[in-house]
Design a protein around this ligand. Structure first.
Ligand code: ADP
Ligand code: MG
Length: 321
């Protein structure tokens, strides 16, 4: 066993195949569930590592939203963004949560007073003034947030263009930026306030992470109503294009039931990939890293790459107008 795990975690990409062979030889015909899991992960890693991510013709702007806290919005934002960057795509993450967890997880320090999305929303700075590069991936840019952003909702409340601030700033930046972004992810705050409205105004697509737990679909109606309101009042092109079940535990019936229920209600948008509940995923942010950088061969890293590949293969939603 010791040899097997050393091989699977330390080998170079060329070593993946041989690690697979070892696993097949040892566990191929056995009923061991640990062995089967290892073999399954090893096969999936090999497959996703060898896949090419199709590029989208235009920039896809995806808001990761759910007004519930703790469902995996930030984790999904940083790990999908990292998976796309690892695959060579140009990616921008906009941290729109005053907690700044996405900034932390991508290795960007953001103490109060750091030039951030807060200054952009309030018109003091442009996106190009505050954007930083993630230390782990050259093609992953991050606009950090700070706790100061928590004051923005009140401070912008009386402005006429209060729902347009992020979109205007991003449009300006994209026009002048030398980098053509393939993906822009917006990590939304757990609310349905002005910051989230700005995010939904700016995005083309919404990805809703759904935690595999008993109350998974509770509150989803409210979120969908808000998104419909945004669609009808100021962003008709917005699509709820994806749902992703997070913290999935294969050993429980509950996880399976949650997946099936979401699938029953939203078969078009639910991603086939699911994200396992995994300790490595939750400890990565304390090392200021995504799971893709922190433990690239772990089950969580594999699952986020699979989700990214599925998103790339589906492509942007088509509007027949
Ligand atoms: P949100 O942004 O929706 O509030 P987070 O992404 O911050 O949610 O996740 C909430 C907590 O759950 C965090 O502590 C995070 O590390 C943990 N977490 C998220 N996804 C997983 C997972 N797949 N496995 C284990 N822990 C997870
Ligand atoms: Mg969050």
């Amino acid at each position: 066993m010791a040899n097997v795990s050393r091989e699977t975690s330390d080998s170079s990409p060329e070593g993946i195949e041989s690690a697979n062979d070892v696993l097949r030889r040892i566990f191929g015909d056995s009923d061991s569930s640990v062995g089967a899991d290892l073999l399954d992960e090893s096969n999936r890693l090999e497959k996703v590592s060898q896949s090419t991510f199709p590029r989208s013709r235009s920039t896809r702007i995806i808001a990761v939203a759910n007004q519930k806290g703790g469902v995996g919005k930030t984790t999904t934002t940083v790990n999908l963004a990292s998976a796309f960057a690892e695959a060579g795509m140009n990616v921008l993450v906009l941290d729109m949560d005053p907690q700044g967890n996405a900034s932390t997880a991508l290795g960007i320090r953001h103490p109060s007073g750091t030039a951030s999305i807060y200054d952009v929303i309030e018109g003091r700075k442009s996106v190009s003034d505050v954007v930083q590069v993630c230390p782990d991936f050259d093609t992953l840019d991050v606009v950090p947030s700070t706790i100061d952003l928590s004051g923005a909702e009140l401070e912008i409340a009386t402005l006429d263009n209060r729902t347009e601030l992020l979109k205007e700033a991003l449009d300006t930046y994209l026009k002048q930026s030398a980098r053509h972004y393939d993906y822009i992810f917006i990590d939304c705050a757990p609310s349905l306030g002005l910051l989230v409205l700005n995010s939904l105004r700016t995005a083309h697509e919404v990805l809703i992470p759904i935690q595999a737990e008993y109350y998974a679909l509770e509150g989803l109606g409210q979120l969908l109503k808000t998104i419909q309101l945004v669609q009808s009042s100021f962003n008709p092109d917005l699509d709820i294009s994806m749902m992703l079940v997070t913290m999935y535990d294969r050993r429980t019936m509950l996880s399976k039931e949650v997946y099936e229920e979401v699938e029953r209600h939203y078969p078009q948008v639910l991603l086939k990939a699911t994200i396992p509940r995994a300790v490595r995923i939750s400890e990565a942010p304390s090392f200021a890293q995504s799971i893709i950088a922190y433990d690239p061969k772990s089950a969580g890293a594999i699952a986020y790459r699979e989700a990214a590949l599925e998103i790339a293969r589906r492509g942007a939603p088509v509007h027949d107008k």
